[in-house]
Structure formats: C-alpha cells, structure tokens
Design a protein around this ligand. Sequence first.
Ligand code: ADP
Ligand code: MG
Length: 250
Amino acid sequence: MIKIETKNVDFFYGKFQALKDISIQIEDKSVVAFIGPSGCGKSTFLRLMNRMNDLIPDTRLEGEVLIDDINIYGKDVVVDELRKNVGMVFQKPNPFPKSIFDNVAYGLRVNGVSDKEFISHRVEETLKGAALWNEVKDKLKKSAFELSGGQQQRLCIARAMAVSPSVLLMDEPASALDPISTAKVEELIHELKKDYTIVIVTHNMQQAARVSDMTAFFYLGAMVEYDYTKKIFTNPSKEETQNYITGRFG
Ligand code: ADP
Ligand code: MG
C-alpha cells in the first residue's frame, strides 16, 4: 500500500526553485531515507509532508502531495489534524521546559484529552514504545532538561508518537547525538517501522544504509535516484549517485 505520494512537486522560496519535479511513492510501514549534499532540498521536501513550509512566507508549491490518497494541500484539510497524523522530529532535541511526563502528555492535552487515567496510561505506553520507559519511570516529574541529549531526542520521538500518528518525519534526528545515543535512536527507528511509516533525512550514509528500506538521493533540488537502499549503496544507476556515495562530492 502506498502511504505517501508526491506528483510533480515544484517548490519555490520567492523566485528560487528549491525542488524540481519530484514524484515519489513511499510504501506504508517502510523507512525511506533522503540523502544528498547540504542545500539540495531534503528538508524542504520533508517539511512539505506535514505542511511545515506553510509557515514560511513567500513560498509556492506546485504539484500534489498525497497521504493515504488524500491531497494534503486540499481545501478541506485541517492542518492540525494532518500534523497529528504526520509527526515531526527535528535535528536538535527540543523538549518543552516541562516535566518528562508533561512533554509526552502535551499533545493529548492540547487535543482536549483530560482523563487523567487515560493520559497516564498513554504516557507509559508511549514511553515504552520509545524505549525510554525504564530510564525515566522513576523520574517522570523531573524536568526533561535533566535527561541526556540522546534521551531528550527519544523523548521528542515519544512526544510525537503520543497522539498516534501514522507517519513520522525525522530531519537528521541523530546528527547532534553521540554514537551510543545514535545507535539507540536507530534501534528505535527499526522498532517503530512495525507501526509507522518513517521518512528520515540524514547526511550520514552509513545511517541511511542501516535504517532504511528505500533511499532517495537528491541533488540541486532534483531527486536523482530512488531505489532499494541496497541498490543505491552497491549499484546505483546514476553517475551522480555513485559519485556521492563514494565521497567524490558533498
Ligand atoms: P537540505 O535539507 O538538503 O540541506 P534545504 O531544504 O534546507 O536543503 O534547502 C534547499 C534550498 O532551499 C537551499 O538552497 C536553501 O538555501 C534554500 N532554503 C531553505 N530554506 C529556505 C528559506 N526559509 N528561505 C529561502 N531559502 C531557503
Ligand atoms: Mg536539511
């Protein structure tokens, strides 16, 4: 089943065209990695999938972005609902200045959930799902800032998961983390794949090779090649991809 599809997507910041005619299909419950040199449009493309670029003035989208076969830029789409279904995790862990518990409960509360028992059950379940429960269960009332960077990032993943999305977008989620925390985040991504469709931007090619099923290589706003990760890293079809994965540029 196709979960996310784009059709001939062009995207402009003012007059600058950041994305050029991108069409992609992403399978349900798969992990897709976006790779390519800095500035090639990976984050821009990722942000289109939950309309985060709407917040940037003087931008323009052409083409279609569909999730579950629905054009998410259609006029009936409620952006808050979309973002509940399509969660996002950023490069730097950005927990709220609240307790560990309240970070995870946040999304439920802003969505009007007030049943305390339901909330605490969901917080526990989500923290278990994010492989963080054992590390935090005795200090749920402590500030999220007391956690290590890697734990904070897994908390942010838990926060995104708490409102039951079906898609998780991750923009270089491990690039600010040490190797051990990175390994934990990668392990988590592997686990989450059972329940979520995950799109991850990474400039770490080993990471893309480890975590993803499919990989898309971007260059200068175009998607040069999209294929099985194994194929991209062992026998890419395009010369630009070959040059990139062998470290000849970028
Ligand atoms: P990547 O994530 O691959 O590094 P980005 O999507 O961040 O690339 O950027 C793609 C291009 O769009 C770059 O040339 C960048 O300078 C430009 N760009 C990104 N964000 C903005 C913005 N808010 N305003 C204007 N140009 C932007
Ligand atoms: Mg980026």
